[in-house]
Design a protein around this ligand. Sequence first.
Ligand code: GLU
Length: 449
Amino acid sequence: MKVRVRFAPSPTGFLHIGGARTALFNWLYARHTGGVFILRIEDTDVARNTQEAVDVILDGLRWLGLDWDEGPITSNATGPCKGDRGPYFQSQRKDLYQRRVEALLSRGLAYEADGAVKFKMTREPVTIEDVVVGKVVRHLTDREEQDPDFVIVRSDGEPVFHLVNVIDDLEMGVTHVIRGEDHLSNTAKHIALFRAFGVEPPAYAHIPLILNGDGSKMSKRDQGASLMSYRDDGYLPEAVLNYLCLLGWSTKDNQDVLTIPEVVDRFDLPQILRHNAKFDPKREKLDWLNYEHLRRADTDRFNELVVRTLEKAGIHTQAWDLDFVKGALATAKDKLKKLNDAPGYLGFYFQENVDIDPAEELKLRAPENKPRLQQLRDSFASVASFDAATLEQSLKGVATTLGIKAGPLVHPVRVAVTGKASGPSLYHLMEILGRERVLRRIDTALAKM
Ligand code: GLU
């Protein structure tokens, strides 16, 4: 049987990382099994239903690269779908729900009460064989004992979540419902509805929630709750995907840095962890994963992403020679943790004159630095070739002449040339900057000393 799974978000104007992870697990399971991944927008709540709220979801999925396989043909499909297939929108499927409700009514499985339609809930305990949580037997609660039936169509004619969720899973032939554990409490109702429609329910896999570092439930306002905040903070989608995978799932061999094809290859439902995943607010693991994925990114993509990040920070690389830009960016490969570190790390390349950090300028003014820097300047001015290896030799030669180590020379030159105490390899960055700029920057610094 071909696996058919779906991500069924309600457009709330926000894509929570928990929701993104639910989408990811469904997508992974579909790709792992060669099945079908469906996107269904649960937008029956008209009040909250806006185009912007839908776009937030589509943007998030697009950014993560989670493409869906099916949907009604639309001429203006906006998502990462195959062909011109838009997502399903529940708001466009009302006739279907209507017909299903009439069928329940005519068979006496639902009834009208105060203008609403109520479903006759089974009085028997319902057993859920959850792939992740295990076997759960749901008895009626004390309150439900009084009146176990529940509303499926409100008195204003709007169908209720439980109803449309089940009808769609049934109509769409969903084989596995993979969703957040917060829906486990709804599952007995859903199973009862499936049976009322004469169909066996799909398999359920309820995934534990993502909690804050302190164990509290993550809310919309918590930092890091929104998927898109990660893009804005300079993380790569593949690093965020990798991180989300590991929140609630682990490989048999405990490997951490995984590419998407590697996860697709290994992903399976039984490995979903049963305990709640804790989100690390310091983002140490995410930062590390991002560093690893940035390092692995191929050069063209790395360059494109960095150029875009610099642009956002007001650093326009287009004004500079292409080889110079490529050379400059190469000195940051293997160094950046996040894309947003790029402006601070590389900004000095793209300025005529550097701004020296005030604290560093003070240190630079130490009396011994001026003659040292002067001597280095003369040596750099006379090297035959202005390349990293020669510059290193030149600096070490000056150190030997002065009878000091290289370290006390490296620092003042770096500050003079970049304005900062740390950055790319000094010899390489000087090679990229070229003789003229390096000497000019040293001269400017000397003039202030
Ligand atoms: N619209 C529901 C939600 O966003 C979907 C629940 C489900 O996946 O069945 O929570």
